[in-house]
Design a protein around this ligand. Structure first.
Ligand code: SF4
Length: 82
């Protein structure tokens, strides 16, 4: 099943500010090697992380540009390989 969620994109790479992890009410953001990732299955679409991110790296899935859609799959892979 495919679910909509918020997605962390390229601005997180090398930045990893982690402010998002402190505001997420369901604790669904984990640190990967080069960036943080949101677990789409757990995300409740509250938008708190989007507001908290100091570099504007987080978007609602529907609002992603074509180039950024790769980050949906990147997050999926990350959680599949945990
Ligand atoms: Fe967590 Fe809300 Fe961001 Fe989803 S939208 S990752 S629930 S803070």
């Amino acid at each position: 099943m495919s679910v909509m969620a918020f997605v962390i994109t390229e601005a997180c790479i090398g930045e990893k500010a982690s402010d998002c992890t402190e505001v997420c009410p369901v604790d669904c953001i984990k640190e990967g090697e080069d960036q943080y990732f949101i677990d789409a299955d757990t995300c409740i679409d509250c938008g708190a992380c989007e507001t908290a991110c100091p570099v504007g790296a987080i978007y609602y899935e529907d609002d992603l540009t074509e180039e950024r859609k790769v980050f949906i799959e990147k997050a999926k892979q990350f959680y599949q390989n945990l």
